[in-house]
Design a protein around this ligand. Structure first.
Ligand SMILES: Cc1ncc(COP(=O)(O)O)c(C=O)c1O
Length: 310
């Protein structure tokens, strides 16, 4: 990878001076992964990093990946591919809708070829049969799963927090749990990680995260720390499900940005931040806790978001 082309900055940490945190006796910090690069940022960068390195090392010239029409991963892969000189193909779930939304227009501008797949076929995207079909259709392509959620993705996420020791609790929004798995593998003794699923009935993720962790531990890939295995899911801040928002969440997000200068995306980070602030008011975190909220990026998604209907 040519560093000249894709320069990723270390994420700054910002303290949040909030009355709610003060009353709870808790120190609140945000790790701003959204500020690492204009286009390739957030947890997306960490999930892509080792996939891009492997593709380069194996001399692939084309990346193929999957996502929904508003996918942060499609956005970031298109940008990273363009900056690093890969051809990119995005397999998009569902039918084509014209005009393209801002996420997909951007992907096309970056040179990504979009291929639409009906939802039933899309569900089989990880099967050997469909992967073979894609290789036949597009030739030698380096396949990155939806959301960058593979062992390379977990490996990258073990690097999200460089100074884990400074915090007691790490909070992160959760889609597949890949970011949580990586963060958990970097915990120090006495620390815990808490993930907030943005999907309804997120409890099912417990099993998926366990298997992500077990597969990673069995893979022989580097493990930075893993002296604590204390992770948990808090499943009641999904606001009705994936990409569902209401006016309360929208207002929270706007007020948080006004007060603290941190913009939030409605699909992921706003739900986690809302959950943390609510739990602070309930006394969930012990006084003295140093809390790190991981801002996983995703702000591009706000552009294409329609006004929420309550
Ligand atoms: C902005 C943002 N935050 C959080 C997540 C959830 O990450 P994970 O799938 O690793 O749980 C995603 C999806 O990848 C995302 O795009």
């Amino acid at each position: 990878m040519k560093d000249k082309v894709l320069t990723i900055l270390p994420p700054p940490t910002q303290q949040i001076n909030s009355v709610i945190a003060l009353r709870a006796g808790v120190e609140l910090y945000v790790l701003r992964l959204d500020l690492m690069h204009l286009l390739v940022n957030g947890n997306k960068w960490f999930k892509l990093k080792y996939n891009l390195l492997e593709a380069k090392q194996k001399n692939f010239t084309t990346l193929l990946t999957f996502g929904g029409a508003y996918s942060n991963h499609i956005f970031a892969t298109a940008a990273a591919g363009n900056l690093l000189g890969f051809r990119t193909i995005g397999v998009i779930r569902g039918e084509q809708k014209l005009p393209l939304n801002p996420t997909l227009s951007f992907a096309v501008q970056q040179g990504m070829q979009l291929v639409y797949m009906n939802r039933e076929t899309y569900r089989q995207r990880n099967t050997p049969k469909l992967q073979q079909d894609l290789q036949q259709r597009f030739g030698e392509v380096f396949v990155i799963p939806e959301g960058g959620s593979n062992l390379n993705g977990v490996r990258g996420c073990t690097e999200i927090i460089s100074d884990t020791a400074a915090y007691d609790t790490i909070c992160v929004a959760c889609g597949t749990g890949t970011s949580l798995a990586g963060i958990t593998l970097s915990l120090h003794p006495g620390q815990r990680a808490i993930a907030f699923p943005v999907l309804k009935n997120g409890e099912f993720l417990t099993q998926e995260i366990d298997s992500l962790l077990n597969n990673y531990l069995a893979s022989g890939l580097p493990i930075p720390n893993h002296s604590s295995t204390h992770w948990q899911l808090i499943c009641n801040y999904h606001f009705g499900g994936y990409a569902k928002v209401n006016n309360e969440l929208l207002m929270f997000s706007q007020q948080f940005q006004q007060k603290h200068g941190v913009p939030l995306d409605y699909v992921y980070t706003a739900k986690m931040f809302y959950g943390v602030m609510d739990l602070l008011q309930q006394g969930f975190f012990p006084p003295g806790d140093r809390l790190l909220l991981v801002h996983t990026g995703g702000l591009q998604g706000n552009i294409g978001m329609k006004e929420p209907i309550e």
